[in-house]
Structure formats: C-alpha cells, structure tokens
Design a protein around this ligand. Structure first.
Ligand SMILES: [Zn+2]
Length: 75
C-alpha cells in the first residue's frame, strides 16, 4: 500500500525556491534538522534565522559577513 507522509524541505526566504539534493535525488527529508543540514551542505546558509539559497545571499566585504541580496540587485 501507499500512504502519504509528512516530510521537510528547506525553502529559501529570499526567492521561495525549495532545496533539492540533485546529487542524491532527494527533495525532502524526514526531519527538520536533516533538511536544513542537507541544504547547508549544498551551499545554503542561515542569516538571522532565515534560510537563503546560494542565489540569494552574498559576501559583504565591509562587515566580513554574509548578507541576503537586496531585491533591487536581483533585477
Ligand atoms: Zn533564493
């Protein structure tokens, strides 16, 4: 039989894209910790409690920290 289960995936707070592990073919994980760790291994990061994909954050040389890209710069 087949039944539906609840899974977890990391979603970018910048663009709304969900993290997909292309290498292993995973799109969701069985708990939140595994979902976030898998995303961070793929280059995602957490800034002030929000998760960002590699397209949505950048290195700020002035503060020596990573920061979310501003919306204007993405246009
Ligand atoms: Zn993003």
């Amino acid at each position: 039989m087949i039944r539906k289960v609840d899974m977890y995936q990391c979603v970018c707070d910048g663009c709304g894209k969900s993290h997909v592990d292309d290498f292993n073919g995973y799109v969701a994980w069985s708990d939140e910790t595994m979902a976030s760790e898998a995303a961070y291994e793929s280059g995602w990061t957490n800034i002030e409690g929000k998760d960002y994909c590699p397209d949505c954050y950048e290195y700020d040389e002035e503060t020596d920290e990573y920061k979310p890209k501003s919306k204007e710069e993405n246009i």
